[in-house]
Design a protein around this ligand. Structure first.
Ligand SMILES: [Zn+2]
Length: 307
């Protein structure tokens, strides 16, 4: 009896000493919950082995429409950093997650809360009277990641926050950021010269998933298949699309991996304009397993469509 009590007391004592001696960062990595795969990819580049990264969505899911399922609630309760697009892309589920046990550090205005659209120049920002951007983009277009400059900006923001939240590993975050930036700037220079050859190419889109990519390269959007962002194509709208296509010589109909294909294929069959599915984010196509291959493959597919 005494022996058992003694061993119990000893184990409590040892646990106490260990918890005092080891700071949190030495016993557990910083946990990052990304809302979309592109932000998870930045987190892996900058965080390396000092972080555990989880993405709330994968490349075949539309982040506008996922649900706040229990697995995500469990993830957000443990997160030290929440890294999302913002601008209401996650309006249907992120507010629910934040109320279900998320820690103070990831709430709005706290260092562990990063909403990418707060740090970049937003496109398609509606004025008060303009409803043309639909109910899913009320704060401007939230799909900000397909401009390499925006990726660079967010890599720097994430580095700053990691250093604040986990100062013990600051050296690692700074050196991985410097390494990433060097590789990214080099890739950007190559992409720039490829993008110049694509300028003026005309594309039809399903949803307005692409304005940052289109602006970066210099592509023209002829029309969207959705009536408004988040409003599915109708027969009368598709008839208008066909009219527009016949007078515009469009080069491609762009789809994400999660867009429905029926409207695009209907227009393609009647116009001869090819459907081109771009990866849209990391994981959106075989071989697209980081941010570098995302932009490489996107340009390659557009070059193929240009012919
Ligand atoms: Zn959208």
């Amino acid at each position: 009896m005494m022996g058992r009590m003694y061993r119990f007391a000893l184990s409590v004592l040892i646990a106490g000493i260990l918890s005092v001696a080891l700071p949190a960062s030495a016993t557990a990595e910083t946990r990052i919950l990304a809302c979309e795969p592109e932000w998870a990819a930045i987190a892996r580049e900058i965080g390396g082995s000092d972080v555990v990264v989880h993405s709330a969505t994968h490349a075949r899911q539309d982040a506008h429409y996922i649900r706040a399922r229990p697995g995500l609630i469990a993830q957000i309760r443990r997160a030290d950093i929440l890294f999302c697009s913002g601008a209401d892309l996650e309006a249907g589920w992120l507010p629910v997650l934040l109320k279900r046990g998320a820690r103070l550090v990831v709430q709005h205005g706290q260092p562990g809360n990063i909403m990418a659209s707060d740090y970049v120049r937003m496109l398609e920002v509606p004025d008060n009277l303009d409803r043309s951007h639909g109910h899913v983009h009320p704060a401007g277009n939230p799909h900000v990641h397909l401009d390499p400059e925006n990726i660079g900006i967010l890599a720097r923001i994430l580095t700053e926050r990691l250093v604040l939240i986990d100062p013990d590993n600051a050296d690692g975050y700074h050196s991985r950021h410097a390494d990433f930036t060097a590789r990214w700037d080099k890739a950007r220079a190559t992409w720039r010269s490829r993008a110049e050859k694509l300028q003026g190419m005309k594309v039809i889109v399903h949803h307005t998933s692409w304005p940052y990519l289109l602006q970066w390269i210099g592509l023209d959007r002829v029309i969207a298949l959705e009536v408004l962002p988040g409003v599915s194509p109708t027969a009368s709208h598709l008839a208008q699309v066909l009219d527009r296509v016949s007078s515009s010589d469009a080069d491609a109909i762009l789809l994400t991996p999660f867009d429905p294909r029926d409207a695009a294929e209907w227009v393609s069959a009647r116009s001869g304009v090819p459907v081109v599915e771009l990866p849209f984010t990391v994981g959106g196509r075989e071989g697209v397993d980081d941010l570098f291959s995302l932009f490489d493959v996107t340009l390659e597919l557009l070059e193929g469509a240009r012919g």
